[in-house]
Design a protein around this ligand. Sequence first.
Ligand code: DGJ
Length: 735
Amino acid sequence: MNRTMSAVPSTPRKSAKKPAEDPSGMICMDTPNSSLVFLVDKDGFLYHRYFGKMLDTPARIRDFVFEDERRYATFEMPSVFGGYYGGDPAVAVTHADGNMSSDFRYVRHERVRVDDNIIETRIRLKDSAYDFHITICCRAYQAEDMFACRMLFENGEGVPVVLTRFASFELNLTQSPTWWLSHFYGDWSTEMKLEEERLGHGLRIIDSKKGVRTSQHSNASFMLSMGGPAAEETGEVVGGVLAWSGNYRLCFELDGRNILHVNAGINPFASAYHLDSGEQFETPEFIFTHSANGKGAVSRRFHAWARRYALRDGDTPRPVVFNSWEGAYFDFDEKKLLRMMADAAALGVELFVLDDGWFGNKHPRNSTGAGLGDWQVNVRKLPKGLDHLIDRAEAMGMRFGIWVEPEMVNPQSELAETHPDWMLGSPAHERILVRNQLLLDLCNPAVQQFVFEAVDSLLTKHPRISYVKWDCNRHMASFGSAWLAADKQSHLWIAYTRGLYAVYEKLAKRHPNVIFQACGSGGGRVDYGLMPYHHEFWPSDVTDALERVFVQWGTSHFYPAIGMAAHVSAVPNHQTGAVLPLKFRFDVASSGRLGCELQPKDLTESELEFAKRAIANYKRMRDVVATGDLYRLNSPYETDNTSSLMYVLPDKNRAVVFLYLLRYRARFDYPVLRLRGLDPDKKYRLREVNKASPCGCCAGDGKVFNGNFLMNHGVRVEVKRPYDSVVLELACEDV
Ligand code: DGJ
């Protein structure tokens, strides 16, 4: 039965069913350093009243609840369309009778201890006029000082409703009248550029409507600093990410009373979601933390949390990879690959990845123009098949990995010929090709099964493939799914992402030991939503080491080094004319998950010797880079000439320091690096590694210093040639 507007109570904010008893009270969630506080008033309205530094007496918040509080709805949780809050709402529901207003009241809450580290609080709300529920679920992670919150919408109305806003969570921040927002923007080859701005009043939105590859132009992450620009180790900073790989929206609204409202969620743009009766809609998690010690602490917490709860095998250092792409592109045969593999093995590489170009027979993949969708080995290029390459790789002491892009199809492919209805696109218009390809319709379960089988059968047929690079080289444009009904086309973006996750989920279960890399034309797929299915991500196609310093700096704000693939490539190459020293290139790549992506036969004898040495050094230090705490020492955005960072193992027994001279100023430079994160009382032997000349850059090489000296006086290095760089390894002498 369709409800009509007249069936709605004329005083919509008045609860139809009065709560049985006065529900008012506080709901407080703590981690060792922060508090998240909600308040329920006597009429059952929920307010999000505080997020920040730990409050020892949160109940005193009630002393500051003003009489007219509700009228301004400053803290309404969630902020709803049709409620008191007139700003950007987190939630909007259109009921079957056309009513677009909501009025949620507290029903109950419960607290569940999930394990030693996680406490989950669930707050149940119900619309006062409709059988429509929201459950706000917040997890507090004690050791990491982090929160992860999501909302669950449940339609019990007996008729469908339409969700037009469905944020994951929101924060109302009151601690400062002024806020600085740090966020990350870019484009192909310049991803994750850091930008910081003072928030003005009104709305500031960071979002993506690209459908897939959503992190290429802006990342679903941010930091907010109170009272001034964010500093690395001082000041109060709130950091947050949305764990979603489709369209997202981060919304910051500073109101006229200087309260900052933040809501984060799936982008509702063109995404009205029809929720049938009895159906639930679960949002992705919004993950956030508050630090009283600058953005460095925010990053370290996110890294620790990601390694423990998100990224696959987050504490296992990754192998050194050699990827065939920049050394061969599409132009290879068995002979060329085998030579490349032998050269890579001689350098000490542990895993060889065959990139794009190995598949397609009727429409061979010799360029971006054909073959996507036809996942059979190209018999002309590889007549002896993949197993032959795998055998040879193993004989050389390397594991083998492969590139796929199974969500995509070239019109010139057998797949497109057989399943024209599997391709996304407006049925009424010419399809828009990007890189000569279209997206498959992952809303369709048959397509999900195809994509799953394409990868599953590859891995089942060749069980020694131990690494998959999963690429995604276009965004969505020209919308339309032949699978979705006409009135559900707006589900496309959400259904696609959920379809993709369903495929990943099955693959991760079936192939638990295969390493998966997320790649989206470079950094188009760097997000927390993908982490549970991947071990690493490709932050950018740019392998120019100077540009990489910036990409990796930005990426490091939320994404741990263990998952940050970083490859040494040739110079000049297709991205850069700059001829950066091989040492600089290795030193930059060694601060992430080191790999190489070049033609080793083009290296000179001395370059090969250096590369071998640098790879051996990396293998010794990689556990520190992969699992250590990151300290960003000098920002490439702020300092005149240099950028530096370091990693320290949690037991503070070993550390690695990287310094890069970014701009040559025609004079000697002796930057002093004051180290951080060490134990002041421990004695560390300092060793310069990856030296390019016998004298090196650090006079203290080989000497022992205590942590106090290293952190207060610091280390002096000498960088005097264009793009000099320094790597220092510190090992505690007391163990
Ligand atoms: C884009 C990726 O980012 C590159 O690394 C490479 O895999 C190409 N696609 C292959 O087509």
